[in-house]
Design a binder for this molecule. Sequence first.
Ligand code: NAD
Length: 449
Amino acid sequence: MTTVLNPATEEVIAEFDSAGVEETDAAVARAKAAYPAWREVAPGDRARLLRRLASLVEEHQEELAQIESRNVGKPIAGARGEVGMVAQVFHYYAGAVDKHFGETIPVAGGVDMTFREPLGVVGLITPWNFPLNIASWKLGPALACGNAVVLKPAELTPLSALRLAELALEAGIPEGVLNVVVGKGSVAGQRLIEHPDVAKIGFTGSTEVGQQVMRGAAGTIKRVTLELGGKSANVVFADADLERAAATAPYAVFDNAGQDCCARSRILVERSVYDRFLDYLVEATRNIRVGDPADEATEMGPLISAAHRETVASFVTDDVRLAFRGEAPEGQGFWFPCTVAEARPEDRIAREEVFGPVVAVIPFADEAEAVRLANDSPYGLSGSIWTENGARAFRVARAIETGVLSINSNSSVRVSTPFGGYKQSGFGRELGMHALEGYSEVKNVFYSI
Ligand code: NAD
């Protein structure tokens, strides 16, 4: 049984029989049966169907945002923005269907050409922190390339994926092309990973489970793309617009209650401005409005579950040097306050992904040390650089081993630009035209003349 809670109130909002191996196999069989006809749909028609899905998401924006807000504890204003992005993702990949094509290559004795072909049935396994967004980042390119899909959302947050599948049918996407199985990762997810009829796994989640995905996929040489954890650095130089860097830094780590793979959960600050920056940062953090996700003014809601709150709390031990600890509602709900800690690079709080509203602030002496500290992590997903010196900004951007960086900004995600990690943050890229590479094969055909 899968029990779905509202993390702000702890009330049960849905219950499902969890899909086991049999139900997962049935979903794969439906996808396999639907695939031959789906891949033959004319590109213009496939584009039209995706465009219709995008429009339906727009029409149902409020409903989907309410589902996401209640199931994840997201502030409603942010949830609306996320659903807006989901629609944009489907619009983008509707437009990409007929712009992803092969080449002709000069060779002796004939014509050589390449084709982009779908993989077949792909399994998509997604986390609970941005359920609908992350599903759309995979569904958009997978469907645009002509694959049939089995999506396994996180068991804590399956509601928006189930509603999206209904909207896909309403849009005219044929039955069997987009299937959702609600079940445990270790059962339904594992079965997808090992299933001989699944050609690829698109996975977003923890690095630990990502390792299991790679191992499991080895048996059938499945393609995998992995979007995993992060411990991204927000690097603030003394010549930055310090007030702006500090005013925006809390949102770069406390957004979604810190449950964000891109969270800039290490703030590295040049020592000469460290104290001033910390004062600004604490002030800005104090102003974050924590509370009822349904309230339009709320900026931060609860954590996803009681178990996750325990994990987050385990980082804030007595020896942690707190610069600030905010307030959070008492009583029902998995609340945790915004927490700013002064840390050393070797501290656990500065090394491991907390995935909660906890930030580690660390001083550095010069540019070389800033780069060394930023790279001193097994992860490499995102990050920010704040400086008014353009040459330094690019020097540091090229030196940091991470997939997505922003200069004088903390935004990582755009529909049309590639997103993904270095090192143990995973491999493969989502979003933009790059994502299509992960959902297609290149076939090479030589024609002798
Ligand atoms: P998780 O790894 O526990 O679960 C992710 C998904 O994998 C869920 O659907 C889960 O049911 C499934 N799963 C769990 N065990 C499985 C198994 N043995 N076989 C197959 N599937 C299995 O992650 P989570 O707790 O849901 O999400 C938080 C993590 O996700 C964080 O580490 C975060 O950094 C990461 N994340 C990464 C990105 C990114 O794009 N890089 C985005 C969001 C979240």
